[in-house]
Design a binder for this molecule. Structure first.
Ligand code: SF4
Length: 65
């Protein structure tokens, strides 16, 4: 699985980072970006779906199942 944060949509609530710091980080402005080129280890796939579902801006996309 691979995820991507859409920087145009991200409003920097950091909710994703608090739920899955292994998958995303936030820059100095609070905007999120995916770690490890967006690649999600199999054991973190449920967590990836969690941050997709919890992003209030629908800014996190699953680009590869
Ligand atoms: S939860 Fe969504 S809007 Fe908030 S920082 Fe993460 S990607 Fe951006």
């Amino acid at each position: 699985m691979r995820i991507k944060v859409d920087a145009e949509k991200c409003e920097g609530h950091s909710r994703c980072y608090s739920l899955a710091p292994e998958l995303v980080d936030v820059d100095d402005l609070g905007n999120a970006f995916e770690l490890n080129d967006g690649e999600v280890p199999p054991e973190l796939e449920d967590r990836a779906r969690l941050i997709v579902d919890n992003c209030p801006e629908f800014a996190i996309l699953i680009t590869e199942e």
